[in-house]
Design a protein around this ligand. Structure first.
Ligand SMILES: [Zn+2]
Length: 207
C-alpha cells in the first residue's frame, strides 16, 4: 500500500491509476484517484476512483456488481501515477470486456478465465446452491470426480483424433478441452488442492 503524502498529486489533486489484474498482470483499465478515493480504497480493500465527468467518488462495481478487490498499490518512479493490482469479480469495462483495452479481436487469455472459473467452483462448493452440478460432483467425492475426468479425457482424445483425420471441428475440440479443464478444477477442489499450487509447479517448469 502507499502513503497518500508520497503521491505527487497533479494541480487538480488527482493521479492517474493503472489497474492491473493481480494474477495475469494484464492491464484492465485506467482511472483517476484523489486523496479520498485512495483513502476509501485503502480502508475498504475495494477499488475506489474519482469520476472527472460526474465529479464524485465512485466504487468500482457499485452498480454493476463487478467489484475489484485490491491486493496492492504502488507508485511509479516519479510518484505521479498509481499502479493498482486487483482481483476483479467481473469485467473491468462497461462494454463487458475483461479489459478496457480489449478489441473484438483480442483473444481471451485461458489463464484468466481459469482463475475466474476456479473462484466460481470454490464459491459453489462453499455456498452450496441447490441444483448446482459442481456441488453434486464435489459431494460425490474424489473417486467420482476422478472417473468423470478420465471420461472427459477420453472424449477429448477421440475428438482430437477425428480432428487429425480432418473430421472433427476446432469448436468440438475446444468444447471437450473446456469440459476437461472444468472437471480438473472440480477435482482439485474435491482434493482441497488450490489451483495456485498447480500454477506454481507450471511456472517452475516453464523456466
Ligand atoms: Zn472500459
Amino acid at each position: 500500500m502507499i502513503d497518500p503524502d508520497a503521491v505527487a498529486w497533479d494541480e487538480r489533486g488527482l493521479a492517474p491509476t493503472v489497474v492491473q489484474d493481480a494474477t495475469s498482470r494484464r492491464v484492465l483499465m485506467v482511472a483517476w484517484m484523489d486523496r479520498t478515493a485512495l483513502a476509501a480504497t485503502i480502508a475498504s480493500g475495494q477499488a475506489h476512483f474519482w469520476s472527472r465527468s460526474r465529479g464524485e467518488l465512485w466504487r468500482k462495481g457499485a452498480t454493476s456488481g463487478d467489484t475489484m478487490e485490491v491486493t496492492g498499490l504502488a507508485l511509479d518512479c516519479d510518484g505521479d501515477t498509481v499502479l493498482m493490482s486487483v482481483s476483479p469479480a467481473g469485467p473491468a469495462c462497461h462494454t463487458g470486456s475483461m479489459s478496457c483495452f480489449d478489441t473484438p479481436d483480442t483473444p481471451t487469455p485461458l489463464g484468466s478465465v481459469l482463475d475466474r472459473l476456479q473462484v466460481v467452483v470454490a464459491a459453489r462448493a462453499e455456498q452450496r446452491p441447490k441444483g448446482s452440478y459442481t456441488v453434486e460432483l464435489v459431494d460425490a467425492g474424489v473417486d467420482r470426480v476422478a472417473r468423470k475426468l478420465l471420461e472427459e479425457a477420453g472424449e477429448l482424445a477421440f475428438i482430437a483424433k477425428d480432428r487429425a483425420t480432418g473430421r472433427g471441428s476446432q469448436t468440438s475440440v475446444a468444447e471437450e478441452a473446456a469440459d476437461l479443464l472444468y472437471h480438473l478444477l472440480v477435482l482439485l477442489q474435491a482434493c482441497e488442492v488450490p489451483a495456485s499450487a498447480v500454477a506454481t509447479v507450471l511456472e517452475e517448469r516453464a523456466r
